[in-house]
Write a protein that binds this ligand. Structure first.
Ligand code: ADP
Ligand code: TYD
Length: 917
């Protein structure tokens, strides 16, 4: 049962002197060890244990006092709904003309809303001062009397007066009930109790409508034999309704647990005016809330039209009271269905989008309802109107709760409620009035086609149009995923797939270099940077881990050989580094249109933690996807090398025998001052992050080592098996590098599998070749992507590649790329980057004159890297591009003599989106 945790279940407390405030128990800990706070875990089956919602509801209903109150609420709600139906139907039947009926119904609805608008904010304060149980009992008895008097008096005037009084009385009943719940239910069950109250309040509507229809039908059947029913077929419903309040009064009378409020808090209910002004400023400022409020008001206006005109609408379609009941019930069946199923079916869909879309959909369905000529069809459509409204209601409510800060939430809700009442009041006042003004007409087209142009149809159409307009406005205000197509995302959500097939478009290019240890990523990233610098475009070179200020710290921790991290901790830290990296460095750079080159990205985690640590590729991909909000590189270049060879390079480097490429400095990495101070690559940061991490890992790999021959280390002969046993911890070798050979082999396999499964965004290069050869191949690849950017037009935004979690394939294996580039240009055609102010010529891989001999690493590469645009343009004169088709390193038509430098990756995606393999 939902009672507070029994003290008997708590472990014994330490002496008072050591117990911290708040009742938490400190465990005994040796001095210097991290403080461990022990919060006693709840005993099995206690109120704190996690259970299903269903279990929670059962638990809260097992509290006898609450169960009684809930029963009373159910009865009162049932009575309320039936009362609304019966009074509107009766008001209509008491009038003769079409317009008079419309005015009468409008008046009933207005008197139901008016007291809440005027007295609503004060009723809570008044109810707090009186004995709550007595307040509720008296209110229920009064409501019984008033409802019973309506059929007895039988005039429209009394119906309106009684309705107004009933509403006034209800204003005291509701806050008394709300305030009483916490006295009956333990605090941890309050949310469930409130949910149950909400379900009861709205869920009783269809039941009320069903009973109303049943009673109306019964009255008509009995009308022929019993004169009482003949004269007023709605009386039975009103008497039944009165009876529910009497039963409710009796039930509440027995609730001894409710009494007078313990303390008065007059400020808990701010006045209407102050609640309006306080919240208004916030609502006016905040885009999301503005969209929500407008959407809610539009939705209520639409719903108000349906409620106000429902009776007349049914009449136009040839139905009577029973049909009205069915129609009314249909709205609420829809509402309940939408509320219950919407979040479940569309749980993964963007809430901010869902809200605007569901209001719009409700509006569109309303338009159909307005013109449909058939009552059955109308009822079906009305279920959908209700369902869309229900989804919007739940979504909007949740968004308001989640999106508005605590101190503003109350005022915002107060404002929304006040505005909703004003809104409803206006609609209910205006809609029937408009119907009355327009009157009942129709047009006969071509002799046989009858088009309704009566007031009901016109006003319903206007209501539908208003809801559509307001829904679209809300959508535009609240959309946080601009540029992402709506329908595919919605479809995926409906199929139970998580959203995000595409990210917003950006004008940049995102290139990631991946590979195992010592595959030459850092070397190639630096060369790529130098080459891209001549493009005139902003180039941001970055890496993982450690692409941000926080990332530098994480990197130190992650690579520290002395750190003992659990594999899952490690995976989470890499993901944390990536989240920071993406949001602070990569996304802003791409949004600016920069070329971002990252030394490692998401696939490193999938390969190292997923495959290497055997945590599972899917789980790691999912984690990274969450961290990056599904951002993937436009192209991932995998420098593939046998693990042993790469490790030998690393160890050679660590022992001082390998060459050290110059690590990018802040300036080189393209950091733009003032853009992101959190990036260690920002000009303001004096310490290159690699250096910092290198130190943390017990090595310094950052400084250039002059005079070391790169080519010597790059020859296949350098794949020195057994150069140093992998797994041995050597100075200058970081925590991951120090893993066993089998670990690194799994990592390599992991990368290769990823490349195989996602050929659209992968290019695999043999990294066991000379640095120049690899560089030229990378240039070819990148040239293709840059050319594609140029084809899109200057500054054309590119759809951002994302991981398509929608796929049922293993998430790491999904081809998720924007349409791929054309095959890379042959090495003899210079390419222009986007024709922007920063436009400049950039060349693909150099031809024979630029080709690099292993013995001469510095010169040609230097000339390629630092060539000015005119130098690069010389490449055009060398040879003609091949006519068409796939170029491979061994082709006879190759314009270069060096098959290595002329190599074009054979799995590079073609323009058709398929890999040529
Ligand atoms: N293609 C290559 N052939 C031979 N040695 C290379 C090649 N590329 C890089 N190296 C050397 O291998 C070592 C590791 O290179 P580095 O770029 O730091 O790799 P990574 O960043 O992938 O760990 C360095 O000493 C570097 O000079
Ligand atoms: C980005 C990333 C790196 N790592 C590992 C791979 C490297 O051993 C280390 C990063 O160090 P780094 O020095 O950048 O690697 P390399 O020497 O290959 O250039 O972190 C992961 O295990 N998971 C990841 O997600």
């Amino acid at each position: 049962m939902g009672l507070p945790v029994d003290d008997a279940h708590n472990p014994p407390r330490p002496p008072a002197s050591t117990a911290p405030a708040g009742g938490r128990a400190w465990s005994n800990r040796p001095p210097g060890s991290p403080p461990v706070v022990t919060v006693p875990s709840p005993p099995a089956g206690s109120a704190d244990s996690h259970r299903s919602t269903e279990g929670d509801i059962r638990a809260v209903l097992r509290i006898p006092q609450f169960r009684r109150l809930w029963l009373a609420l159910t009865l009162s709600s049932l009575g309320d709904w039936m009362g609304l139906l019966a009074t509107t139907a009766l008001a209509s039947s008491l009038q003769a003309g079409f317009s008079e009926k419309a005015y009468a119904i409008g008046s009933v609805l207005i008197v139901r809303l008016l007291p809440a608008l005027i007295f609503g904010p004060f009723a809570g304060v008044v109810a707090d001062r009186l004995d709550r149980r007595l307040t509720m009992v008296v209110a229920d008895v009064l409501r019984f009397g008033l409802f019973a008097s309506i059929p007895l008096v039988g005039t429209l005037a009394w119906l309106l007066i009684a309705s107004l009084l009933i509403e006034c009385v209800s204003l005291f009943w509701n806050p008394a009930k709300d305030a009483s719940v916490p006295n009956l239910v333990p605090v941890q069950r309050l949310a469930t109790a409130n949910t149950l109250s909400l379900i009861t309040t709205y869920g009783s509507a269809p039941l009320g409508a069903a009973i109303f229809s049943l009673l109306a039908t019964l009255s008509r059947a009995l009308g022929s034999s019993v004169s009482f029913f003949k004269t007023s077929p709605l009386d039975l419903a009103l008497y039944f309704n009165a009876g529910t309040f009497l039963v409710s009064a009796v039930v509440i009378f027995g609730l001894r647990g409710i009494g007078r409020a313990n303390r008065l808090d007059a400020e808990a209910n701010p006045g209407l005016w102050s609640s309006i002004t306080e919240g208004l400023r916030f609502v006016g400022r905040d885009r999301m809330v503005r969209g929500l409020v407008v959407g809610i008001l539009g939705g209520f206006a639409g719903a108000g039209c349906v409620v106000a005109l429902g009776r007349l609408y049914v009449q136009i379609l040839g139905g009577g009271d029973s049909a009205y009941g069915v129609l009314f019930g249909a709205v609420f069946v829809g509402l309940a269905t939408g509320m219950a199923l919407g979040p479940r079916v569309l749980g993964d869909y963007s809430r901010s989008r869902l809200f605007g879309l569901s209001v719009t959909a409700a509006g569109v369905t309303m338009l159909l309802v307005a013109v449909v000529p058939n009552l059955v069809l109308a009822c079906v459509l009305v279920v959908f109107v209700g369902a869309f409204a229900g989804i919007a209601w739940v979504t909007g409510y949740t968004l308001l709760q989640a999106g508005v800060s605590d101190e503003l939430r109350g005022r915002t809700f107060a404002l929304v409620q006040s505005l909703v009442r004003v809104d409803l009041l206006l609609v209910l006042a205006v809609a029937p009035g408009l119907v009355g003004l327009i009157g009942s007409h129709h047009l006969d087209l071509w002799g046989h086609l009858r088009v309704r142009t009566d007031g009901v149809t016109i006003v319903l159409l206007s209501g539908g149009l208003l809801a559509v307009a307001v829904g679209l406005f809300a959508y535009r205000q609240m959309d946080e995923r601009k540029g992402v197509a709506v329908l595919p995302e919605l479809w995926n959500a409906l199929l139970g797939r998580r959203a995000a097939p595409e990210r917003p478009r950006h004008a940049g290019l995102f290139i990631a270099l991946e590979g195992g240890e010592g595959s030459g990523k850092s070397t190639q990233v630096e060369r790529l940077r130098s080459w891209l610098a001549s493009s005139g475009r902003e180039v941001v070179v970055t890496r993982e881990p450690g692409g941000t200020a926080l990332g530098v710290k994480l990197r130190e921790l992650l690579l520290d050989p002395a750190a003992r991290l659990h594999p899952r901790t490690e995976a989470l830290l890499y993901a944390a580094d990536r989240a920071e990296h993406v949001s602070r460095v990569i996304e802003p750079a791409l949004a600016r249109g920069a070329i971002v080159v990252s030394d490692r990205f998401i696939d490193s985690s999938i390969a190292y933690q997923g495959a290497g640590r055997q945590l599972g590729a899917d789980d790691i991909a999912m984690l990274s996807r969450w961290a990056t909000r599904s951002l993937l590189p436009d192209v991932t270049i995998l420098l593939d090398i046998p693990a042993r060879t790469g490790l030998a390079r690393v160890r050679a480097r660590a022992s001082g025998n390998g060459s050290r490429h110059e690590r990018p400095t802040d300036r080189d990495r393209g950091g733009v001052p003032g853009r992101d101070d959190s990036s260690p690559f920002s000009r303001h940061d004096a310490v290159p992050s690699r250096q910092a991490a290198g130190k943390a890992a017990g090595k310094d790999r950052d400084g250039p080592t002059p005079g070391v021959d790169v080519s010597g280390a790059s020859t296949p002969g350098a794949s020195t098996p057994g150069a140093e046993a992998p797994g041995a911890t050597a100075p200058g070798v970081d925590r991951i590098e120090a893993e066993e050979l089998s670990f690194h082999e799994r990592v390599r396999d992991g990368f290769r599998q990823l490349a195989e499964r996602t050929p659209d965004r992968y290019v695999v290069l043999d990294a066991d070749r000379s640095p120049d050869t690899v560089h030229n191949q990378i240039r070819n690849v990148v040239t293709g992507y840059l050319r594609r950017g140029e084809d899109d037009g200057p500054g054309a935004p590119r759809p951002q590649a994302t991981s398509d979690s929608a796929s049922k394939e293993p998430s790491a294996a999904v081809p998720v790329r924007p349409p791929p580039p054309e095959r890379p240009a042959p090495p003899d055609r210079p390419t222009h980057t986007r024709a922007s102010p920063d436009s400049a010529t950039i060349s693909p891989a150099p031809g024979p004159a630029d080709s690099v001999s292993p013995a001469d690493p510095a010169g040609p590469v230097g000339s390629a890297d630092h060539a000015d645009p005119s130098d690069l343009a010389r490449g055009t004169e060398r040879s003609e591009p091949p006519a068409s088709g796939t170029r491979t390193g061994t082709e006879a038509t190759d314009p270069t003599d060096d098959p290595e430098t002329a190599w074009v990756p054979d799995n590079l995606p073609t323009a058709s989106g398929r890999s040529s393999r």
